[in-house]
Every structure is written in C-alpha cells, then in structure tokens.
Design a protein around this ligand. Structure first.
Ligand SMILES: Nc1nc2c(c(=O)[nH]1)N[C@H]1C(S)=C(S)[C@@H](COP(=O)(O)OP(=O)(O)OC[C@H]3O[C@@H](n4cnc5c(=O)[nH]c(N)nc54)[C@H](O)[C@@H]3O)O[C@H]1N2
Ligand SMILES: Nc1nc2c(c(=O)[nH]1)N[C@H]1C(S)=C(S)[C@@H](COP(=O)(O)OP(=O)(O)OC[C@H]3O[C@@H](n4cnc5c(=O)[nH]c(N)nc54)[C@H](O)[C@@H]3O)O[C@H]1N2
Ligand SMILES: [Mo]
Length: 636
C-alpha cells in the first residue's frame, strides 16, 4: 500500500498508509513511525472527507464580474494558463519584475509542492515574501540567545522528567508530541492565558495574563539564581553574560510581577524551585509569541532551560535537511526585493504590487485587518491569480483561479519543523486539479522559458534533495520515512556561547536583556484568536464543517455588560465589527475574550481577522501580532 504524509502546516507531520477501497480513500497512521505511532489526530482521520469533497475545484475559472462578486466563467487549462502568462509578461514589461509578488505559505509542506513554483519567480526576478505570519518573532529571539531556533529532538524527551508547554495548546496542535510526553511519563505543565484542553490535562497549570510571560520567566530566573539552584558548572562554561544578567534580574520586584502576570508569589516560587529540581525542558509555542511582546518573551523563556544545564533544552523549530535546491534561488540574476508578509496591504496601497500569484495560502482568511486588505485589493489595480483546491475567499477575489490537486494525487517528500523524520508521499488516487509544480511547468512553457530547471520532474527534484542530504531513497521507499541523524553542534552566537547578554539583540537597538512593556490598547478587552481543534488555520472549515464561531467571555466581563450565555453580541474596534453568539466560560480570565482563528469569511460572513491588528513586531523580523488586539463587546 502507498505511503502518504500529512502535508499540513502542523508540528506532527504524520506518516500514513493509504489505499482506495470501493472508490473511497482510506488512511491510517503508519505504525512504524516513532512520532505518528499508528494513530491520526481527529483532523487527519477525516482526510478522506477532504479528498472526496464535493466542492473541490474542477476547472479553471476566469473572473466575469466585479472583484469579489464571485462571478466567474469556466475556462480550459490552456486559456487560463495563457492568460496568466500574458498578464505576467505585460506586468513585467510595464512595471518591472518587482511589481510581481508570489504569495505562498505552508498550505502544503511537500518539498516539491511548497518550493518548486518559487523557481519560476526567482527566474523572473520578482518580489518575494519575507515570512512573518507564524513563528518569526520567536525565531529571531532564539537566534539572539542560542544563534539558532532549532531546539532539541523531541524523541530525547525519553531522558527528561518535566516538559513545560509554554503558550502552546499541544493537545490540539501537537497531539503526537503530547502523547509522546505522556508515553515517557514526563510531568507536564502548561503556561497559558486560557485554560486549554492541554492545561486541563497537565499536572500543573499557570494561568497568566497576556503578554506578561517575559516578567514571569525573568522572575523564575531571579529565584533560581538567588537561591543558587542553577547549574553553576554548566553556566560558567557555556553562558555569556551571566553576571550582567544576574544583576539585571535581581532587581525585579516580585510584587510587580505578581500584579502584572496575575500569578501568586507561591506559584512563581513553585515553578522556579520545581523546574530547577526536575531540570525541565520547555516547548515554546508559536501561538503565544504572535503579539507585540512575543519576541522579548521567547528570549526570557529560552534562558530557563540553560540555567538548569541544558544545551538546547527547548523545542521550537527543527531544520533537518537542506531544501534550497527545490526552491532554486540560484536562478535569480539579481537579489530579491523582500516584502514583509504582514505588510501586504500596505504594499498594495503604495502601488508596489501589480500582480499577485497566490498558492498554498488563503490570505483573505488568514491575514489580519481584512477590511483594510480587501479595500486595498478593490481600490488598486492588482491582477490576482490563486491556485487552490477550493474556492476560498482569496480565490473569490481573484482574476484567475486554478484548481490544485491534493497530496494524495502526487509524489513528494516532507520534513517536519518538530521532529527529525522525512516522510515519503506516494500518489494513491487521482481526482481533480494540477499540482503546484505541474502548473509551474505549464506557465514556464507558456512564457517561452527554456531553462531546464523549470522542467525537472518531481522525482528528479526529490532524488537530488535526498542526494544532497545523504538520505536513502531505498529506506524511504521501504518504511515510508527516514530519520535524519543529528550532528553535534555549538551555539551560533557571536560569542559561541548561550548569550544571556545578547549581542545580536543590541545590534538591532534592543536591550541586551529581555524587557517588559506593559501591554496597552484603546479598548478594554484583549482578543485572543488561537487555533481550533478541527482546522488548520482556514482549512477544513468548508469540508469538515466542525467549527465553533462563538465568542468566549469571562462571566464577570459579561455581567458588566449585561450579557448572558447565548446572547448575540457585536465585537468591535477601529478595524471592524462582527456579530456572533457568546459562550460564558471561566476558562478565559477576566479582561480577555477569545474567537478561534481564521475560519472562511465567505461561509460565516466574518472571521476574527476583521478585528485583528496588523501591527508587526518590528525588531523581530516584522513578526505578526494577532494577539495584540483589543476590542469591546455589546449586546445587540
Ligand atoms: N488543530 C490545529 N492544529 C494546528 C493549527 C490549527 O489551526 N489547528 N495550526 C498550525 C499552525 S499554523 C501553528 S503555527 C501551530 C500553533 O500551535 P499553538 O502554538 O498551539 O497555537 P495557538 O492556539 O495559536 O496558541 C497557543 C496558545 O497560546 C495562548 N496564548 C495567547 N497569548 C498568550 C500569552 O500572552 N501568553 C501565554 N502564555 N499564552 C498565550 C493561547 O491561549 C493558546 O492556547 O499549530 C499548528 N497546528
Ligand atoms: N487571527 C489569527 N490569524 C492567524 C493566526 C492566528 O493565530 N490568529 N495564525 C497565523 C498562522 S500561525 C499561520 S501559519 C497562517 C496560515 O495562513 P495560510 O497560509 O493562509 O494557511 P491556510 O489557511 O492553511 O491556507 C492554506 C491554503 O492552501 C490550500 N492548499 C492546500 N494544499 C494545497 C496544494 O497542494 N496546492 C495549493 N495550490 N494549495 C493548497 C488550502 O486549500 C488552503 O486554502 O495564519 C495566520 N492567521
Ligand atoms: Mo502557523
């Protein structure tokens, strides 16, 4: 039976075994894969429903009405591809190659299908994205302290006693990781604003006010240092700037920390003493760092495992293989103009983007401040092409829509940003659409490009990537996955040590130590928009239909506004307003409300991103700050 690999933007990157039985796709988890361990998450188990979905795009569409009106006419592949090629050529001739932007993200993480289309845009010297939507601030922060955001191999958890899930709802977003920690009988703690399903299954839960994590982590460091509970030998040998850091944290006033974080002194002490004793490791989440204080928080948190003697005692990112061949940046003849992903609307408003090619992403659901983005697209002359499996909101706003196939319909391989395995994905069945690489080859041909790199087959690209990385095709074929061995490594900081005093941060005009800024907004309630159990950002809303669009609110906040459970309310701020029903819950603290992230606006009439802030964490790579959104709520 063919091996599949779940290509979703998800930590677990499962290896699966698939087949077609009586015309229906059947999937199961690969029992030999050490992370998948033969079971799938609830979303993965429903993949056949996604694959067979009635609403999959079947033929190319060309806009036949006002932008966003949803009026299209059907077209042949030849007509659609020729139109895209002609428009591309015209735009480049009239405005230059940098007026073309390829906008893509991790809708499909297959090495070929993620990267191959970029070859065409590199060849054409177009503008490219500077990715900032997901985990950027934390990436920069970890580089400040460790010189890399690549942490520990999660399979090494078997040697640990304690894992802290800090700002990650692992039971929903990293189920196989959570089960791995359970399997190895680790003690599990959670630090979160919300009493999540992970918090409910943890041995300890520290409920913290938004954006105050930096203070909590610094207070824990202070107590560990003051009480001499840190690993002195490790710190002496491997840490740069310990003395300066010590002088900095020692001044911290614990009463202030208590007031800001909402944690009691006992909780802070309990964390510090127990963490030091058990030499905890920390899974630093992606979710919580998407706020204005996210970068500073990750810097502070990442110091804690080093204090107790871990070389790379955090989980954040994993980079096992070199994938650059698939992307082919070597095809460029001049350096790329990089457009910060979170500033798409701004660049469109400035008239710098005239042609937008979108694949693997649904920015008209997932980007913040949707009213501004949509206005910018309507008011400016931008030709939009979207390649997707479904008629998403982004597709609805496009001039040309190209049907994509799914990973069940092609060959690819995929790595993981969580574990060290590369998985094989073989074609199982064929329904509709074309792959990202196939469309690239058709476009290259229509543009009259002769460069052979644009016509390499998927298998050739895969073979070459495996060869570059010294990985065995034979082993991959036999098991469905291979583990990439870890080489011994040092910290890639200026001092070659773990920098508690970060020189890299000072070069960006930041303090050498993590700093706290009290979060402030011009509306009374902080709006969080974390992940939903049954979606991957905007995906599966249309196919699984299991979503929860309610606003979660603390009963005290509701009482102040005379709102009862089940009431219809308006949630509003300067960016927009939406209407939904309220669920009262003590799981969210007073002062915080919650709407799950990025459903399909075309199905719901709205999503949370009509409210979210498009500010960026400027000093941390212009990372997104979705959670730095303030709103008010009234009964309607
Ligand atoms: N089921 C499911 N799984 C997914 C996804 C999905 O949409 N659904 N998306 C995938 C993607 S793209 C990503 S990036 C990952 C994200 O994976 P996670 O990081 O687990 O995702 P989030 O739910 O966004 O955020 C985690 C938690 O951060 C908390 N949080 C918010 N602000 C703060 C704060 O200031 N401090 C603290 N301590 N906590 C805070 C939220 O309450 C939330 O519970 O998941 C991937 N997996
Ligand atoms: N409010 C709020 N918004 C958020 C977040 C948040 O925490 N709060 N989280 C942010 C995060 S972490 C992320 S990573 C982004 C993700 O945002 P996006 O990158 O927009 O991710 P998805 O919604 O998963 O959209 C992926 C699209 O790719 C399509 N697709 C899947 N497979 C293929 C394929 O093989 N080929 C092609 N051509 N298309 C395919 C899917 O159908 C889907 O429409 O969202 C961000 N948005
Ligand atoms: Mo993400």
């Amino acid at each position: 039976m063919p091996f599949s690999a779940c290509m979703r933007d998800c930590y677990d990157t499962c290896s699966m075994i698939s087949e077609v039985k009586n015309g229906r796709l059947v999937v199961k988890g690969n029992p030999r894969h050490p992370i998948t361990e033969g079971f799938l998450c609830p979303k993965g188990a429903l993949l056949p429903k996604w694959f067979h979905a009635e609403d999959r795009l079947k033929v190319p569409l060309i806009r036949a009405g006002e932008r966003g009106s949803g009026k299209f006419r059907e077209a042949s592949w030849a007509e659609a591809i020729n139109l895209v090629a002609q428009k591309l050529r015209e735009t480049i001739d009239e405005y230059g190659s940098e007026s073309v932007l390829v906008y893509q993200y991790a809708g499909d993480r297959g090495i070929v299908n993620y990267a191959f289309p970029l070859r065409l845009f590199h060849y054409l010297n177009t503008a490219m994205l500077d990715y900032g939507i997901c985990d950027r601030a934390g990436q920069e922060a970890l580089r400040d302290v460790y010189g890399t955001a690549v942490g520990m191999d999660p399979e090494e958890l078997k040697r640990q006693k304690l894992i802290v899930y800090w700002g990650i709802n692992a039971f929903w977003t990293n189920l196989h990781g959570f089960m791995l920690a359970k399997k190895h009988s680790l003690e599990i703690w959670t630090v979160d604003v919300v009493r999540t399903e992970t918090a409910k299954r943890s041995d300890k839960f520290f409920q913290i006010m938004p954006d105050t994590d930096v203070l909590f982590a610094l207070a824990v460091a202070k107590l560990i240092i003051e009480n001499e509970l840190y690993d002195k030998d490790f710190v002496r040998e491997n840490v740069y700037g310990f003395k300066e850091f010590k002088n900095y944290v020692i001044k911290l006033d614990l009463d202030f920390v208590k007031r800001e974080t909402g944690l009691s002194c006992e909780e802070i002490e309990e964390f510090a003493f127990d963490f030091a004793e058990k030499k905890g490791v920390i899974h630093i989440g992606y979710g919580f760092q998407r706020s204005l204080g996210g970068g500073e928080a990750v810097r502070a948190i990442s110091i804690l495992p080093a204090l107790v003697g871990h070389r790379f005692g955090f989980i954040y990112d994993m980079k096992t293989i070199d994938k650059s061949y698939a992307e082919g940046a070597f095809l460029r003849t001049k350096p790329a103009k990089r457009i910060p992903q979170m500033k798409l609307a701004e660049y469109i408003e400035k008239g710098e983007i005239k042609f937008l090619y979108v694949y693997n992403s649904n920015p008209l659901a997932s980007l913040p401040n949707q009213n501004r983005l949509r206005r910018a697209l309507i008011e400016n002359d931008v030709f939009i092409v979207t390649h997707d499996i479904f008629l998403t909101d982004t597709a609805l706003f496009s001039d040309v829509v190209l049907p994509a196939n799914t990973f069940f319909e092609r060959l690819d391989i995929v790595d993981s940003y969580y574990h060290r395995h590369v998985a094989l994905n073989e074609p199982v069945a064929e329904l509709y659409g074309k792959s990202n690489s196939e469309v690239t080859r058709l476009l290259a041909k229509a543009l009259g490009i002769e460069n052979p790199h644009l016509y390499e087959s998927d298998e050739e690209v895969i073979q070459k990537v495996l060869e570059i990385n010294n990985l065995s095709w034979k082993e991959l074929k036999a098991k469905g996955f291979v583990k990439v061995p870890e080489k011994p490594r040092k910290w890639e900081t200026p001092s070659g040590k773990i920098e508690f005093y970060s020189r890299r941060a000072t070069e960006r005009g930041l303090s050498p130590f993590p700093e706290y800024k009290s979060p402030q907004g011009n509306y009374p309630l902080r709006l969080l928009s974390p992940t939903h159990r049954m979606t991957i950002t905007s995906q599966y809303h249309n196919t699984y239909g299991i979503i929860d669009p309610s606003l979660y609110m603390n009963p005290d906040d509701a009482e102040e506004r005379e709102i009862c459970d089940g009431d219809t309310v308006e949630v509003f701020n300067d960016n927009g307003r939406i209407k939904t029903t309220v669920k009262l819950s003590d799981d969210v603290p007073k002062g915080v409300v919650l709407l799950y992230k990025a459903f399909w606006p075309s199905l719901l009439g709205w999503n949370v991103n009509f409210l979210t802030s498009d500010e960026t964490v400027e000093k941390y790579g212009n990372g997104s700050a979705y959670h730095s959104t303030w709103v008010d709520v009234r009964k309607v």
